[in-house]
Design a protein around this ligand. Sequence first.
Ligand code: ADP
Length: 258
Amino acid sequence: VVIIGGAVSIVIAMVVGLFLARRALVPIQVSWEKQQQFIADASHELRTPLAAILVNLERLFRFPDRTIEQESEKIMVGIQEARRLSKLVSDLLTLARSDSNELQIMPQKLRLDEIVQKCTQVFTQLAIVKQVNLETEIEQPLEMEGDEERLHQLLVILLDNALKYTNEYGSIYVSCKREGQRVVVLVRDTGIGIPKEDTPYLFDRFYRVDKMRSRSAEGTGLGLSIAKWIVDAHHGKIQVSSEEGIGTSFLVTLPMKQ
Ligand code: ADP
């Protein structure tokens, strides 16, 4: 337990160290204040799951006679927090690399309809488990230039949020079609919605509407800032419209040629 705890701390220290060093050395375009705020927020967000893992490991260590069944809840919390930590670290590295222009999209000819189809298939299974209805309307074929991996990531972020913030018996609608020289992707849900005053900040790093409400559904507050980076890198536009208690729509418009 001590070894695992120590190893986790060392990995986190290395990641934060790497992250800070990268930000200190590479010329970047964000302001000094924003960088400081980002580092403070990142450290805070990394500390929270780490503390939960350590507390649970220490408790297990103090009562060695208890069985795995008796301690299953603590073990589960540890696993969930470790997963959260891993997602957070990978999201932070994506954003740090995008700031330093080290991360760029690799546009190539692709079929957006196939990417959307692949993604919605996976989410249909997850939606069934949550008793949420997922409907799609996908124009075929939908050829465009873009970065396949990043566009897949964009859809995962939007669908993951739609499912996370939609209660059971709700529904999600995904459409994808051509409009002139652009493709338009819509992800709409009948979920909890977003208060008007929060929408201008949704794409800010670590911004989460009502921390308590978001905390119950796991997340990092970084998904939409990564989504925005992906859309900007494709010279596209992402818009949100939402009404509390009614639902939320994210509309992504991307040029067909890069
Ligand atoms: P998170 O990891 O917390 O989901 P995101 O950056 O993806 O972070 O989203 C930021 C915040 O925007 C979320 O915490 C949530 O409050 C709100 N949000 C995003 N998508 C939706 C949605 N479809 N319905 C309701 N709220 C949403």
